[in-house]
Design a protein around this ligand. Structure first.
Ligand SMILES: NC(=O)c1ccc[n+]([C@@H]2O[C@H](COP(=O)([O-])OP(=O)(O)OC[C@H]3O[C@@H](n4cnc5c(N)ncnc54)[C@H](O)[C@@H]3O)[C@@H](O)[C@H]2O)c1
Length: 411
């Protein structure tokens, strides 16, 4: 039996950051990082963004090379399935039957694409989550290829932009009345929709799929309104499902993901969860429980979980933040727009603008911007700090470009 140490299940961004953070925090016991994929831990954003836009297959942006893991004394167990958590014995049980004992365990198991029942069995419907998925999709984004995208969310739209960039003909089918309705305000989503349409992407919103069938070397997508789309490839991006089964089977609480407290601890104090797989309470929104599927959250929570595995007992306090790049547009959102009761718009020059979402009591709860250039990133960054300070800036000042946003930090 090996000496128990820190075991991390899930070798994506979150798990890899946690493993290194354990060392940076001075932990000298054994660290095992177990992942189902065969690749070294890598960053996922390029898979739907710049990595996919280039003409050849997407490269891999690894978080660290094998030598760095080795130098840090991190036992990297790739292409390894974890079958169960034996909480009584404090061990994870591998698919091979072997057990790895733990003193503290981190579940950073991520999420997987939600499957579309109509697409089951089709050779021409693909999903995107992993580097291997990205390579399979990239190989089929040939000039003039007809690409149908089911789901007008982040995966669908970033890939639609990449496919247009490669000269494909693209149609997006979204079930809801507008694009990006899960996390993006309508006024910002409209800018993105216009950008796609201006580049020749066909967009059908408020339309359900009635059936999908492979037809020769392509696929036919039948819509509920009677229309049909013939495509060479159908990309399905209809949301993600948290990988919470290991936790649920081990008797840990699950509530839209593995339920953790503000310090990322599950209902077992020896087991933590972080990243896309977990739901956690956000103090800045009165303890509202959220699950974030975002790159920066995975990094921040991986690092925080490591500290708390070593007893730091620090609550998660970061403000939710994500970005998307489509064509020359950058979209960034900090905070949770649906916490707002009213919206103030500030124009940033060119066509760029930012929307500030204020709660009924005047507190700034979210800010989302879109446009070309770096003004959006600069101002969303300031807004994020204001949200973190629970500031209630005057709406006139937020709206006026005569007021430097940064000056509100001094108030
Ligand atoms: N820039 C980013 O932050 C970024 C980029 C890529 C992926 N991601 C994350 O990866 C995860 C998966 O992305 P995603 O785009 O699949 O999810 P998403 O939730 O962003 O979008 C899914 C879209 O599919 C639509 N939809 C659902 N069922 C449908 C159906 N049957 N037919 C047509 N449309 C349907 C939804 O209404 C929604 O608009 C998300 O959590 C996303 O945030 C983030």
């Amino acid at each position: 039996m090996r000496e128990p140490g820190a075991v991390i299940v899930g070798a994506g961004e979150c798990g890899a950051r946690a493993a290194f953070a354990l060392r940076e925090e001075g932990f000298s016991g054994p660290v095992a990082l177990i992942g189902a994929e065969r690749h070294l831990p890598y960053e996922r954003p390029p898979l739907s963004k710049d990595g996919m836009a280039v003409a050849d297959a997407p490269g891999m942006k690894t978080i660290a090379d094998a030598a760095r893991f080795e130098a840090a004394g991190i036992r990297l167990m790739l292409a390894t399935d974890v079958a169960a958590i034996d909480r009584h014995a404090r061990a994870v049980v591998l698919g091979s039957g072997d057990s790895i004992p733990y003193e503290t365990l981190l579940l950073s198991t991520g999420a997987r694409p939600r499957r579309l029942a109509f697409a089951e069995g089709s050779r021409h419907c693909l999903y995107l989550r992993t580097h291997d998925d990205a390579r399979a999709i990239a190989a089929r984004l040939q000039p003039d290829a007809r690409i149908a995208v089911v789901g007008g969310g982040f995966i669908g739209l970033e890939l639609a932009a990449a496919a247009r960039g490669r000269g494909c003909r693209v149609t997006v089918v979204e079930a809801l009345p507008r694009l990006l309705s899960r996390a993006v305000p309508a006024e910002i989503a409209a800018v993105i929709e216009n950008a796609h349409r201006a580049r020749g992407v066909e967009i059908c919103c408020g339309v359900s799929i009635a059936g999908i069938a492979d037809a020769g070397e392509g696929v036919e997508i039948r819509l509920a309104d009677g229309a049909s789309i013939a495509a060479d490839l159908c990309i399905v991006g209809i949301g993600a499902v948290p990988n919470a089964e290991l936790a649920a089977d081990a008797g840990l609480a699950v509530d839209n993901g593995i339920a953790v407290d503000r310090c990322l601890r599950t209902t077992d104090p020896a087991v933590f969860a972080a990243g896309d797989c977990c739901s956690f309470p956000l103090d800045v929104y009165g303890g509202r429980r959220v699950r974030l599927e975002a790159w920066r959250n995975a990094q921040e929570q991986g690092t925080l979980a490591a500290r708390n595995m070593l007893g730091a007992d620090e609550p998660h306090s970061a403000i939710p933040w994500f970005w998307s790049d489509q064509y020359d547009l950058t979209l960034q959102i900090a905070g949770l727009p649906d916490e707002g009761a009213h919206v103030v718009r500030r124009d940033l020059g060119g066509d760029a603008f930012i929307l500030f979402h204020l709660a009924a009591d005047g507190r700034l709860v979210a800010a989302g911007g879109i446009g070309v250039g770096n003004a959006v990133a600069r101002d969303v960054r300031v807004a994020e700090m204001l949200i973190g300070r629970r500031a209630s800036p005057a709406p006139e000042q937020l709206a006026s470009s005569d007021t430097k946003l940064k000056s509100l930090l001094a108030a």
